[in-house]
Design a binder for this molecule. Structure first.
Ligand SMILES: [Fe+2]
Length: 297
């Protein structure tokens, strides 16, 4: 049964991504070919990105400081710990950032790494802030995978401001080399204090820690603000965003790159308008999750 599920999982992925793989083969695989079967994430730095993100950090933390303080106090009243603030950027900064993120050569580089043609979809800037009233173990701060797209969607992250272990806010993930895309971890008991979604689809720290050697394989990203991380969050366990220090905040750039042909995605402009696409995406994503094999602890 395990083998059949594995074959179906891989086959479904291949069929879905095949047109995007084909396009890459035709387009530019020979140039700059770095596809690595094992390493399914990329942590690197890129000068053009560094300089625009440095400008954005300065702009947000100086010119927009008062507005950010106001936003934080508003959201704290609603007992939240994050919000999106890309609307604060000037038009000039937005355009510069978009130009860098949409650069053909860069998208080609990412496409070659992941093995299929990617295209830019959208970006946001997330503001995370300290909220002493919220528990560590809830929502996206618990181990989870996203369900945004059926297969192949890549999220690129870069932290704009300085973070360390004291401030918190680091993004943790477990590389697919350790927990494969076709495997899953489940909680051995139900924590009724959690929301239904957390109970059903997210993994407690204590449960993840039961997996042998997991601690050695967790990667924490965000201490070096010059770096970016590109990873498939739909197939890689991750968590993050918990600020630990009073007054600390995190500014995070999140960019969506998706397969060239990607109909089954929450980021598809038709997703919310076309009930057929919404239903097919949700049914197939559920089917995909059922094809995964549980890791026995
Ligand atoms: Fe996530």
């Amino acid at each position: 049964m395990k083998l059949i599920k594995f074959i179906f999982f891989k086959l479904t992925r291949l069929i879905y991504l095949f047109p995007s793989i084909l396009i890459l083969r035709i387009k530019g695989l020979k140039k700059n070919y770095i596809y690595n079967r094992d390493k399914k994430f990329l942590i690197e730095s890129r000068k053009e990105m560094q300089s625009i993100l440095f400008e954005i950090e300065n702009f947000l933390l100086t010119e927009k400081k008062n507005e950010i303080d106001k936003i934080i106090s508003e959201y704290l009243k609603q007992n939240k710990y994050y919000t999106e603030i890309e609307f604060l950027l000037s038009e000039n900064l937005q355009n510069k950032l978009l130009k860098t993120l949409k650069e053909k050569e860069f998208i080609q580089y990412l496409s070659n790494f992941f093995g299929y043609q990617l295209k830019f979809n959208s970006f946001l800037i997330r503001l995370n802030f300290f909220n002493s009233t919220l528990p560590d173990n809830e929502g996206p701060k618990m181990w989870h995978r996203d369900n945004d797209s059926f297969f192949g969607q890549i999220k690129l992250f870069s932290v704009l401001n300085n973070l360390d272990t004291k401030t918190g806010g680091l993004f943790s993930f477990i590389p697919q080399k350790f927990i494969k895309d076709y495997e899953f971890v489940s909680n051995s008991y139900v924590d009724h204090n959690l929301s239904l979604q957390d109970q059903r689809s997210r993994v407690l720290n204590s449960e993840m820690n039961k997996i042998r050697d997991v601690g050695k394989n967790i990667i924490e990203f965000g201490k070096n603000k010059n770096e970016f991380l590109a990873v498939d969050t739909n197939d890689t366990y991750h968590k993050g965003g918990l600020m630990k220090q009073q007054g600390s905040l995190r500014l995070l750039l999140q960019v969506i790159y998706e397969p060239h042909y990607n109909l089954l995605s929450n980021y598809n402009s038709m997703y919310n308008r076309n009930i057929l696409i919404t239903s097919i995406k949700n049914i197939l994503t559920g089917f995909k999750n059922r094809l995964r094999t549980k890791i026995e602890i």
